[in-house]
Design a protein around this ligand. Structure first.
Ligand code: FE2
Length: 433
């Protein structure tokens, strides 16, 4: 007998009336109209069954700390870094774990079951590292949490000096942090930024680790650290294991230079993560009008064969007072900022919060296919574009075939004479010509 059988589901690739059979935490069959005895049989009623959402870029050590010790009055990146610096001396293990665990509850409710989070490794006590390693252990039954050793103050520029910061970063990796991070555009000079990329990529190559760097998170059209990251990736044979996060400067770069850069990024097999909610609010702050959007060139990168994901980056922290762990909200913003309104581009926006980040994180067994983990989200939507449009309700969230979260369908009851008794904001209820 099967553990779980979901019938009459629509899959993100458009197949409808599909059944998904689950045994021992894995998907054992995907076929139309399957009938078989199961401990739990669910009628999806034609709704969209997706693999879970994935956030390729987050800061869980800062999450839900908005207002501590004060709010970011200007809302800028630099004041955010200053507020975070003021909060750091007051952080405690318990508070860090408590906030992160609360966020993971939100994540599960939103069908977000894999998160790559950067963790600040500039504090030699590694307080946040220890806290997030504990969180990683505690949430392992329901969330894949990947940690990135992120030297927020710059591995070369940080106040303790390059040797101390590099040693601290290595100790974080020794403790079990998964990925090597960096912030080359925050180093003192372009040369120091390039040097930090070289040192950190060499460290990752030595240890057989992945790399994910905050790269060119500025409006400076001359910022060139993504070029260095592509070069070092190529030189060290790290293809497919390196991610460039943000790349907002690419928005402002000269078109001719970008026509050289995108093929270099593709050749190096770099993954790219744009963070549309944060990029649209933090970039272009020095502009009067027109104000630049600041998001990297997502459609052009995709057209160039680059794997692009959308990340949440922040939720209620010194940089961003909003957010709820909803990757459909992230995809919704990415779609708008990138003007990705064609049918194909809207599908890519959904992939940017599902299959694309799965590749960037190197997740095994991800997808709705035989042999994959039975990790699934049933959405109150008919297709990926509708899921984005409605930031669709996560009706059911499964991990390894077990139900983790459930939500009632989003419906408004109407009290108007001559009109329907309710609406769920669905397209099919609208009369067509
Ligand atoms: Fe970030």
């Amino acid at each position: 007998m099967l553990d779980l059988l979901i019938q009459n589901a629509t899959l993100p690739d458009g197949r409808s009336s599909m059944s998904v059979a689950v045994q021992d935490g894995r998907i054992v069959e995907v076929a139309p109209g399957l009938q078989a005895p199961a401990h739990d049989t669910v009628d999806a009623e034609g709704q969209l069954l997706s693999p879970p959402f994935i956030d390729a870029h987050f800061h869980m050590d800062a999450t839900l700390s908005y207002g501590l010790p004060r709010v970011n009055a200007s809302g800028t990146l630099l004041e955010g870094i200053a507020v975070w610096g003021e909060l750091k001396p007051h952080l405690t293990h318990e508070a860090l774990v408590g906030r992160a665990m609360a966020y993971c509850d939100w994540a599960v409710g939103k069908g977000l079951l894999a998160i790559r989070t950067h963790v600040d490794v500039c504090d030699p006590r590694l307080l946040a590292v220890d806290a997030l390693l504990e969180v990683k252990r505690r949430v392992a039954p329901y969330i894949d949490l990947q940690l990135v050793a992120f030297p927020q103050d710059g591995v070369l520029r940080g106040p303790l000096g390059a040797d101390q910061h590099l040693q601290t970063l290595k100790r974080a990796l020794d403790k079990g942090v998964d990925v090597v991070g960096g912030i080359p555009h925050f180093e003192r000079t372009m040369a120091d930024g390039a040097l930090s990329v070289k040192l950190l990529c060499e460290l990752a190559a030595e240890r057989g680790l992945r790399v994910d760097m905050h790269c060119d998170e500025s409006d400076d059209p001359h910022s060139r650290h993504i070029e260095s990251l592509a070069y070092e990736t190529q030189r060290l044979g790290l293809q497919g294991r390196v991610t460039g996060s943000h790349l907002t400067s690419m928005h402002s770069m000269d078109n001719y230079y970008v026509s050289k850069l995108i093929p270099l990024i593709a050749e190096a097999g770099l993954h790219v993560v744009a963070n549309p909610l944060i990029n649209i609010t933090l970039q272009g702050r020095h502009d009067s009008y027109p104000k630049r959007r600041g998001m990297t060139r997502v459609p052009e990168l995709l057209a160039g064969g680059v794997n692009v994901s959308f990340g949440q980056d922040c939720t209620m922290d010194p940089w961003y007072s909003l957010g709820s762990g909803d990757m459909l909200e992230v995809a919704h913003m990415g779609l708008h900022v990138g003007q990705m309104t064609s049918q194909a581009a809207m599908a890519q926006c959904f992939e940017a919060v599902t299959t694309h980040p799965a590749q960037a994180l190197g997740l095994e067994g991800y997808g709705i296919a035989v042999g994959c983990h039975a990790d699934m989200v049933l959405l109150q939507a008919s297709d990926p574009a509708e899921a984005i449009r409605l930031r669709a309700t996560r009706l059911r969230v499964y991990r390894r075939g077990k139900l983790l979260a459930q939500a009632p369908a989003n419906t408004s009851t109407l009290h108007m004479q001559g009109r329907p008794a309710s609406t769920a904001f669905r397209h099919e209820s609208i009369p067509r010509f």
